[in-house]
Design a protein. Structure first.
Length: 345
């Protein structure tokens, strides 16, 4: 295990100009309900991270571009040793912001949320957000800053994803990544529900058919990683499959809390910025116990899973996915049946 983090994920605000129903930062819908650290604490944190040799920082919200801290944080990062990425819905990316990002000489990329074609995207995020996001993509790309796209696949849009991926291939972006609805924190809204077994089968088969056409899709995109596990079950080993994030990345939330999982803000708190040093939180008992639990994995969900060829995947312990689980074997078997019917016809 690394004695210091390589990367940091700084979610310095819960505020957002949009109200997306599936957002993992559901705190954005509770704007003002939680305290935010003062700017001085964030600047001190950046100095502490520099001292630890952290080389990459993600600036996240809520929506970071709607917060007054964003400009002074960018000034602090300008020409410094750490590179940073910005995660935004793209609607506020006007010329001023792009010029500020460009002037830092340290912006590694801007990731913009785009979940589907205009009608679907605007139906979730608000009228006009699709075109504003596209305009932001064009501005950032024209400034020479790499652009990445993040999209969420749900019950409402999964059939359109293959065609939408083809559309993303035409944009001036470096890559795009799809996340399954169940792979983010669970919103209360009925809109954007998770995929059923039948929908998962249909979705994975449709993505497999177009895979070779897609040059800009991220290898870590959920459709590809899940397809790979379905087609090539993980070999069974004593150590369970585990996420590398807790070994490399520390996350800080607006109130200064540090969750044990850098990818899931609702996971248990490992410590508090301002009360403990980053190095002590990182090497503390709470974080280390979580890492060890990941390596040990969890018990298989059913008695009959002991001989399943997919059992290694189901041993993965993930606090983010505790409420969400699907049986790899059920999906693989259902995919095989569909393929057999197609072949027979």
């Amino acid at each position: 295990m690394l004695r210091t983090p390589l990367q940091a994920r700084l979610c310095f605000t819960y505020r957002c100009n949009l109200r997306c129903p599936f957002c993992y930062e559901r705190f954005a819908r509770e704007s003002g309900s939680r305290k935010e650290l003062p700017l001085s604490s964030w600047l001190s944190l950046l100095e502490e991270l520099r001292g630890l040799g952290v080389f990459s920082v993600a600036l996240i919200g809520g929506e970071p571009l709607c917060h007054p801290y964003m400009k002074p944080l960018l000034e602090d990062l300008t020409d410094g040793p750490m590179r940073f990425g910005v995660y935004t819905n793209g609607t506020l990316l006007d010329d001023m912001w792009v010029e500020l990002l460009q002037a830092t000489h340290r912006c590694s990329h801007v990731t913009i949320s785009l979940d589907g074609f205009e009608a679907y995207h605007d139906g979730i995020r608000g009228a006009g957000t699709f075109r504003r996001a596209l305009a932001g993509i064009e501005r950032v790309s024209a400034a020479g800053i790499p652009v990445k796209i993040a999209g969420v696949v749900s019950h409402d849009n999964y059939r359109a994803v293959p065609e939408f991926a083809r559309f993303l291939e035409t944009l001036p972006i470096r890559e795009y990544k799809f996340t399954l609805r169940g792979d983010i924190a669970h919103g209360e809204d009925e809109l954007c529900e998770e995929l059923s077994l039948e929908e998962n089968v249909e979705f994975f088969l449709s993505m497999e058919r177009v895979r070779n056409e897609l040059q800009k899709i991220s290898p870590s995109s959920a459709p590809l990683t899940t397809l790979n596990q379905l087609r090539h079950p993980c070999p069974v080993t004593e150590i369970a499959p585990y996420c590398r994030s807790p070994l490399t990345t520390i996350s800080v939330l607006p109130d200064g809390s540090v969750p044990i999982c850098a990818s899931y803000d609702e996971s248990p708190v490992a410590g508090w910025i301002g009360k403990q040093r980053v190095i002590d939180i990182w090497n503390g008992s709470v974080m280390n116990e979580f890492r060890q639990r990941q390596r040990c994995g969890k018990e298989l969900p059913r008695e009959e899973c002991g001989d399943c060829e997919y059992r290694q995947s189901c041993r993965k312990y993930c606090s983010k996915l505790e409420k969400f689980w699907f049986c790899y074997k059920e999906i693989a078997d259902a995919m095989a049946k569909v393929e057999q019917v197609v072949e027979n016809n």
